[in-house]
Design a protein around this ligand. Sequence first.
Ligand code: PFF
Ligand code: NA
Length: 464
Amino acid sequence: MSKDNTPIHGIWTSRWVFILAAAGSAIGLGNIWKFPYMTGANGGGAFVMVYLVCIACVGMPIMIAEVMLGRRGGMSPVNSMRKLARENGVSSRWTGVGALGALSGFLLLSFYTVIGGWTLFYVWEMASGALHQASASEVQGVFDGIMANPWLVLAGHTTFMVMTMVVIGRGVVRGIEASVRILMPLLFLLLLVLFGYALTSDGFGAALRYLFAVDVSRLTGMSVLAAVGHAFFTLSIGLGAIMAYGAYMPRNTVDGKGVRKPVSIGSTVLTVGVLDTVVALMAGMVIFPVVFANGLAPSEGPGLLFVTLPLAFAEVPLGALFGSLFFILVVCAAWTSSISIAEPPVAWLVEKGFSRPQAAVLVGLLAWTLGIGSALSFNVLSDYTLFGKTFFGLVDFVTINIMLPVGGLLIAIFAGWVMKETHVRKELAMKRFGVYLVWRAVLRVVVPLALGTVFVFSLWQGLK
Ligand code: PFF
Ligand code: NA
């Protein structure tokens, strides 16, 4: 913190900018790429139901806690946790929550930009009209062709990493805020247009049934674990990204009449969580009609988005235009997310004395190097597996299903059990006391029990 009590990295211009930035972080490949294919791989409605329960009962309470810790700390997650540990008279080992997050961030960033790179190619594929009137097998062939070429995948990875670092190197207000102010409204607009298109298509009813008809017999232990992990991933919680964004959240706003009012964390974060969930469900409702109308398999896997959408656009008039718009939307969504994944380590290096651009280059180079392994997992290294997973599969599994939930659990314990309650209540500025009590009880009891059960269960499944 500087003398006037504003964070050294800057502060969002308003509460709404925080919402845009946090929604920019949350809404990403998780919603548009991962959620549909995971739903397909895990059997549809039953998975969606478990996912929604995880968001409401575990994800949202932790998200509120994470933003609260960030705003109280005012710095990068590592230094915010250090400050909070001192303030609450507990071991400085709690700093490890921030460090673990920075590490998960590196791992996550390293493969996020690889997938981001695929989306860049698809803007080009659509705009060039190459896929116009293509058949399902031709579209599949284009996807397989890109995947099989290590140089293409590496070029996409590199470009996406550079895009991320250019924005983050410009700083919180001049870089991140400026970008989300343009990209997020564009994203919502494009999604609405596509949703309107999906509404009129043949497979819409089948898609709704697939997404919302619950068949409990299709649930397995692994699909529950996947739903928990995905709830963390999609809300950007458990690694400090949202904690860092919380650090830049203003404490007060001035309303229309010039009256200063405290910015309540609960309702602000709720808005972000609802936006994220709505976008995921809408993405499902845009993608599955195409799957069913063309007789494709919903369980296609990571290629789902990249095969179904080009196919949808191959049929319609102006398909090249709408198709490129759609992949521009995916690029925007992924871009604002990768920026937030990199923010905790970048902010931490800035606090260590590096300039913002230097810190961005350093973080980018490290994550890029690690990402080579993921980029090659789809071609040169695809036969090298451990526990049946490629390098990409392994990094994806360990970060999302293990590291993020562990990070989230520690955040819940710190906010629920360690931190002084007066500080918590002051920082949250919740309007209704009853809501606060429910949140606190869920954070202290429900979250640890739920996550503990899932861990024990999945360990037991894994050992069987
Ligand atoms: N929430 C992002 C998505 O759904 O794509 C991914 C993400 C961003 C995860 C930032 C974690 C994070 F810190
Ligand atoms: Na998301």
